[in-house]
Design a protein around this ligand. Structure first.
Ligand SMILES: [Zn+2]
Length: 486
């Protein structure tokens, strides 16, 4: 008996030692980068220009005829006025009427161009919510170290910072060897026909950018438990999108003589079954890569867990799935968003309808989601049909590419101490249309955000820090400089 216990004890010790050795052996994926030499930026002047850009109400609409074209054209003139040197070196084209494509021709046509994206359009400020803003949403007020207003975070900050960078480089006599492209869509928030048109134009010209950089992720503080340093998350893929309509048709009639289940009742059961059958969670692909980059930087107690996913994966998955933000990185999510039934309280519904929105994880696809819904509902009285065509998840860009390393190096120069990691973008961006013209499509806006900033984009009190905007400009300056080296 003693001997058996002894063997068990030895095995246990060996097992703990193995976990610990693996835990301490995780190799860091961070680059050792010296901070950039100081890049002088007139932060106050840049903030004033960003402030002015907010006053153009370039709001996109699903119905194109509702677009305020004059606001867009005035915005284009404002850009030309604000960045005269940039507009001397850049050739400007209007594509799909309101989208802008700028080209700064490089001296060496054998080098593939690099491309930065941003979008001009913003989402509206819903009536009645205006009073809840600390500063008015359309004035671009500069106060308390921030520029406030709709579009500062999403996405005029990036757009203006990119032009500030080109303006500075042009002023210093910089002449690119590698062509620089800027693509500013006009309707990202409602589908991105502008971005689609630019991508098609590049394709028709045989132009394949070395990499494309769009909005998506940022330098985020305090979002990953146990991680002290801010994380510069670079989106290497984005989820797909599908809405599904569930319809139940039943004989209507007076509610005084109802059947045991009305159309609404049958629909409710279907919804219940669907919510109880989430699509499977997977810690692989992009979500796995995120942890591969961040785990080595965690304190030892947590590092041990990530270094031994062969053992702890089920626990880690359960932990991540327990909060909506991380759950969404693991699986195709299910969100029941709309329901309707009878129009009157004493009338049985002829028809009840629900709409369920899915965000499709890379690795899943639209057809598979539809099959899942039919199987989960398992009731022939419930008609399952896609609403529109949906969109498949994007391809995944390589975090081991030279252009990812270029981004990583530049992030290190401007945001010393930030940890770089590839990540999955949960929303949609214009970038998805460029995956056909470039292998390396990344989604990263060089701004610092913390937990207190969640919900500001598209919400109330959208703002960016004056100093953060200056650093975003520095980032783009360095990125364009660094990108010149072949
Ligand atoms: Zn955006």
């Amino acid at each position: 008996m003693k001997r058996v216990l002894g063997v068990v004890a030895v095995l246990l010790v060996a097992c703990v030692a193995l976990l610990a050795i693996r835990g301490s052996g995780l190799e860091s994926r961070q680059l050792d980068v010296a901070p950039a030499h100081p890049i002088p930026v007139d932060a106050a002047a840049a903030a004033r220009r960003l402030s002015e850009s907010i006053r153009f109400r370039t709001i996109s609409h699903f119905d194109r005829s509702n677009l305020d074209r004059a606001a867009y054209f005035a915005f284009h003139d404002f850009l030309a006025r604000s960045y005269p040197r940039a507009h001397r070196v850049l050739a400007r084209e209007r594509v799909d009427e309101l989208t802008l494509l700028y080209t700064w021709r490089g001296s060496d046509p054998s080098l593939a161009p690099v491309m930065l994206l941003a979008h001009q359009d913003v989402v509206p400020v819903p009536a009645g919510s205006e009073e809840r803003w600390t500063r008015p949403p359309w004035e671009g007020t500069i106060a308390d170290g921030f520029v406030w207003g709709r579009g500062t975070m999403d996405d005029k900050g990036n757009l203006m910072a990119q032009l500030e960078a080109v303006e500075m480089l042009a002023a210093h006599g910089f002449a690119p060897t590698r062509t620089i492209l800027l693509g500013f869509g006009h309707d990202e928030e409602v589908g991105g026909t502008g971005a689609q048109a630019v991508a098609a134009l590049l394709e028709s010209r045989g132009i394949r950018p070395d990499f494309v950089l769009d909005e998506g992720m940022a330098v985020i503080r305090g979002v990953i438990p146990g991680l002290e340093a801010p994380a510069a998350l670079v989106g290497v893929a984005e989820k797909g999108y599908l809405s599904v309509r569930l319809t139940v048709r039943q004989p209507g009639g007076h509610s005084s003589t109802p059947p045991p289940h009305t159309a609404v009742g049958i629909l409710a059961t279907a919804i219940h079954r669907l919510e109880r059958a989430p699509m499977p969670a997977r810690l692989e692909g992009v979500s796995r890569a995120l942890f591969d980059y961040l785990a080595p930087e965690l304190p030892f107690s947590r590092r041990v867990i990530f270094a031994n996913l062969w053992l702890f994966e089920p626990v880690v998955k359960r932990f991540l799935a327990s909060s909506p933000g991380t759950n969404a990185t693991l699986r195709t999510t299910t969100a029941v968003t709309m329901v309707s039934g009878s129009p009157k309280d004493n009338v049985l519904p002829n028809e009840a309808e629900a709409v369920v929105n899915f965000r499709v994880l890379p690795g899943d696809d639209v057809e598979g989601v539809l099959e899942h819904v039919r199987a989960a509902v398992g009731d022939e009285r419930v008609e399952v049909a896609p609403l529109g065509t949906g969109s498949e998840p994007s391809p995944v860009s390589d975090p081991d590419s030279p252009s990812f390393a270029l981004l990583q190096r530049t992030i290190g120069e401007i945001f010393p101490g930030a940890l770089v990691a590839p990540a999955l973008v949960l929303g949609g961006t214009d970038a998805r249309y460029y995956t056909g013209v470039s292998d390396d499509v990344y989604r990263f806006g060089p701004y610092r955000f913390g937990p207190e900033d969640m919900g500001r984009a598209h919400g109330i009190d959208e703002r960016v820090g004056v100093d953060d905007h200056a650093d975003a400009i520095r980032f783009y300056v360095r990125l364009l400089e660094n990108a010149q080296r072949p």
